[in-house]
Structures are given as C-alpha cells and as structure tokens.
Design a protein around this ligand. Structure first.
Ligand SMILES: *[C@@H]1O[C@H](CO)[C@@H](O)[C@H](O)[C@H]1NC(C)=O
Ligand SMILES: *[C@@H]1O[C@H](CO)[C@@H](O)[C@H](O)[C@H]1NC(C)=O
Ligand SMILES: *[C@@H]1O[C@H](CO)[C@@H](O)[C@H](O)[C@H]1NC(C)=O
Ligand SMILES: *[C@@H]1O[C@H](CO)[C@@H](O)[C@H](O)[C@H]1NC(C)=O
Ligand SMILES: *[C@@H]1O[C@H](CO)[C@@H](O)[C@H](O)[C@H]1NC(C)=O
Ligand SMILES: *[C@@H]1O[C@H](CO)[C@@H](O)[C@H](O)[C@H]1NC(C)=O
Ligand SMILES: *[C@@H]1O[C@H](CO)[C@@H](O)[C@H](O)[C@H]1NC(C)=O
Length: 393
C-alpha cells in the first residue's frame, strides 16, 4: 500500500471515529467489580462439566473454590482466579483439574462499555482462558469474545458468534487495527456451523507470557448503535488517561482505532444481541487447546498431546487470572431506583430493556439471577466456539 493511500485510509478511519463521538461520550458507571466486591458480582457454575467440550476440567462451586484457593482477593486487592495447581492426577484416567466458570449477575445492555484491567491472563500448554459476554439464549442472544486464545499463543483473538445474519463487512478493515481471519459471525448449531468472525490482535503482548511481562494491560469492549468495538492497551504502551479505577466517565472517542470493529451495517447490534452476561473461565485441553494441530503449533515440543500434561500440577503455576478490576459503563444507565429487574433468559431485547439491570456491586444478590434459559446456554457457546476455531486450522 502506498503512503498516500495509507494516509487517506487513516484519515477516513479517523473521521468515522469522530462521527461516532457525537453520542457515545457520556458513559456513567454501572458496576465496579474489584477488590472484595469482585466475586459477589458473579455466580459460579459448578455444573458446567462436559468432557467432550471443555476438556480435562471440573468447574466447582463458590464454597469449594474459595476454600481451595481458586478464587481470592490478594493483598493488593487484585481478583485471582486460578485452576488447582496442587493436586497430582497421575494414575487416574478420569482426572479433571478443578477450575471455575463465572457468570455476572447483571447483564450489559446495548449502550455499554466494559473495561477490564488485567495483570495476568492464564497461560501455559493445555490452558484455555476466556473472558467474553453471552446472552441468556445461545446463539439467539449472541456472544462477544474479548480475550481468548490457548496454549503458548502470544496474541489475542476477538470474535462474535450470533444466531442471525451477521457479517463483518470488508469496510471494517480500515476501521480496526487487527487482522480479520473470518468475517461470517452467523452460527447454525444444527449444522455445526460456527466459524465466527475472528479478528486477530496485531499488538504483541496481548496474550500469554508477554502480556504478563509487560505488566498486563486493558481490554475494553463497547456495544452501541454503531456496532461492537474492542480495544487493547498494553501497560507497556500508553493506556489512555481516562481509563482508570476512579474515572467514571471514560471516553472511547479519544482512544484511536479499536483492534476489532464490527460495524452495524454488517451486523445489527440492536437485534443480534440480547443482554450480555460477562463470563470468565479457565479450561484445560478440550476441543480448542487440546485439538491436536492447535496444541502442536505452540506446544508440540513440550508434550506429545495436551492431556499428557494434565496430571502434573506443576504445569499450572501460570494458569491464573490476576484482575485489577472490571468496570461497566452505560450511556443509558440502569434505573437503580427500581431495584433488580434483569431476568436474563428470554429477556427483553436490548432496545426495550434499557432500564433493566441493577447496581449489584457488593450485594451479591441472587434474586436477579438469570432464569433457566441461561443454564442451557452455558455449555453451548464454548462448544460452538470450538467448532469455529477448528475450522480455522
Ligand atoms: C448516534 O449517532 C448515530 C450516527 O450519527 C445515529 O444514527 C444514532 O441515531 C445516534 N443515536 C442516538 C441514541 O442518538
Ligand atoms: C452501588 O450501590 C452501593 C450501595 O448503595 C454504592 O455504595 C455504590 O457506589 C453503587 N455503585 C454504583 C456503581 O452505582
Ligand atoms: C454466513 O454463514 C451462514 C451460515 O452458514 C450462511 O447462511 C450465510 O450465507 C453466510 N453469509 C455469507 C455472506 O457468506
Ligand atoms: C498422550 O501422550 C501420552 C504420553 O505419550 C500417551 O500415553 C497417551 O496415550 C496420549 N494420548 C492420546 C489421546 O494420544
Ligand atoms: C501454584 O500457583 C501459584 C500461582 O497461582 C504459585 O504461586 C504456586 O507456587 C503454585 N504452586 C505449585 C505447587 O506449583
Ligand atoms: C426510575 O424509576 C423511578 C421510579 O419508578 C421513576 O420515577 C423514574 O422516572 C425512573 N427514571 C428513569 C430515568 O427511567
Ligand atoms: C450451569 O450449567 C449447567 C449446564 O449447562 C446447567 O445445567 C446449570 O443449571 C447451570 N447452573 C447455573 C447456576 O447457572
């Protein structure tokens, strides 16, 4: 590409971002998941066990996770989420390592911004971390993958998975800094079609050991009428000054091009997504990290296959999240005077449900737990992600 053309494209991109500035600048804080309040904003799904999809892992409940040291708040007020790295599973052919699957009590509505300030993303051969959002009914209410990759990958991948017609148009290439490797976001579970629309981060230090060595960084996801945008800022580079644990009105219009952008003209953000529940987990092996070609690509010199690593707890010393905070903001914040109204499953569309939700920080309320539909959604997104990722190989 010539310099002139590159400049033209970046000016075009800049003007598009500037246009978006007019009505998405006024974010207000909705939830602050941090310190001693971090885990009260989430539910633990102890039943999400499926060896076919998830691999060699058992998701445990809150009481066991706390007593086993899998979720904790350290002396620096960081939230720590890890897999068991003390149990030796040698000799047990059915061995699965303990881990957790966390889902936020409150969903994000359209018009939301999520900022995750992270020091460490789980890493290592056989390790598969995820930080994403999903609707109560999958794929009808969609899924937005913010942090996900496996094994010794050094860059992050973003993706959407939705049940309706949804593509990332070619025009997005000039509106994001990442590299698109799949543009069709549409999922057809009955046909095992789920390639997802994947954008690869181009910044180094966005995943793995490099992420931690650079001091971690910030991931931010915006879902509004213009579409879905995701940014990454390594702590080794400059994190925008309006991203902090104390600023309650961040302004993404000053952050430059997002790493991934899924514009509304290819995928209507008001219809393909329902209220989005924040999900955090660590899987081991399974159909992504454990897929033979995927595993061999970064860990072939470490072990002959993924499951060979699982019994030895020493392989999991780095399989932990260390999170400063996850904060959510909205341009149309929930009406806190009405109390908890989020119903999750079968919930209203984002556009009609803009007043649902609640200030849940610290309350740990379970009265607003998503209804049953969420349960059936838990396993499917991961399974579906796998199909999509496998098609990449
Ligand atoms: C936001 O701006 C876009 C583009 O100018 C416009 O189409 C949309 O209606 C605006 N939304 C609101 C809520 O003002
Ligand atoms: C949520 O409510 C608690 C208790 O009323 C309050 O201390 C906190 O500031 C509120 N948080 C937000 C984000 O509104
Ligand atoms: C995207 O995938 C779906 C499901 O396979 C398919 O129906 C649709 O035609 C695809 N869209 C494009 C633009 O290829
Ligand atoms: C994985 O490797 C181990 C160690 O070589 C071997 O015993 C085991 O059979 C392998 N598993 C599979 C599924 O290939
Ligand atoms: C387990 O992992 C933690 C970090 O989460 C590490 O500090 C500790 O040394 C590890 N323990 C073992 C036995 O590997
Ligand atoms: C919030 O709820 C109260 C009580 O129902 C109502 O009076 C107020 O108008 C609502 N505010 C918004 C912004 O919806
Ligand atoms: C956890 O997931 C399982 C499997 O999808 C489901 O049966 C169960 O109801 C879920 N539990 C909660 C608390 O969401």
């Amino acid at each position: 590409m010539s310099y002139g053309r590159a400049l033209g494209l970046s000016l075009l991109a800049a003007s598009l971002v500037a246009t978006n500035a007019q009505n998405n600048t006024k974010y207000a804080l909705v939830n602050d998941f941090s310190g001693s309040n971090f885990f009260s904003g989430f539910r633990y799904n102890a039943s999400a066990i499926d060896s076919n999809n998830f691999g060699n892992v058992h998701f445990i409940d809150q009481a066991d996770a706390v007593s086993g040291g899998l979720t904790s708040v350290d002396s620096n007020q960081h939230a720590i989420i890890k897999v068991d790295n003390t149990t030796n599973g040698a000799g047990d052919p059915a061995f699965g390592r303990n881990s957790v699957y966390l889902i936020s009590n409150d969903p994000l509505q359209m018009g939301s911004l999520l900022i995750a300030d992270i020091n460490h993303i789980p890493l290592g051969c056989s390790v598969w971390p995820g930080l994403f959002t999903q609707g109560a009914n999958w794929p009808t209410n969609g899924e937005i993958d913010i942090v996900e990759n496996v094994n010794q990958a050094t860059i992050n991948q973003y993706s959407l998975h939705v049940g309706q017609t949804c593509n990332q148009p070619a025009s997005a290439a000039t509106q994001q800094s990442g590299k698109t490797t799949g543009s069709n976001c549409t999922v057809v579970p009955a046909l095992d079609i789920n390639s997802g629309c994947i954008v690869q981060e181009t910044k180094q230090n966005s995943f793995g050991a490099g992420f931690a060595q650079a001091g971690g960084g910030v991931y931010a996801m915006q879902w509004n009428e213009q579409g879905v945008s995701i940014w990454f800022f390594s702590r080794g580079d400059q994190i925008p000054s309006d991203i902090s644990s104390t600023n309650n009105s961040p302004d993404p219009t000053g952050w430059g091009l997002p790493s991934a952008f899924y514009p509304a003209d290819g995928c209507d953000p008001s219809t393909v997504f329902g209220p989005q529940f924040i999900t955090i987990y660590i899987d081991i092996c399974g159909a992504f990290a454990g897929q033979d070609q995927v595993f061999a690509s970064t860990c072939g010199s470490v072990a002959p296959n993924c499951t060979a690593l699982v019994p030895d707890p020493a392989n999991y010393a780095n399989a932990f999240w260390d999170i400063n905070y996850i904060r959510t903001f909205s341009t149309n914040p929930p009406n806190t005077t009405t109390g908890s109204t989020s119903t999750g499953a079968g919930g209203s569309s984002p556009t009609s449900g803009s007043n649902s939700g609640s200030n849940n920080s610290g309350s740990g309320s379970s009265s607003d737990a998503p209804a049953s539909g969420l349960a059936s959604a838990l396993l499917i997104p991961v399974a579906a992600m796998l199909f999509g990722l496998l098609t990449l190989v």
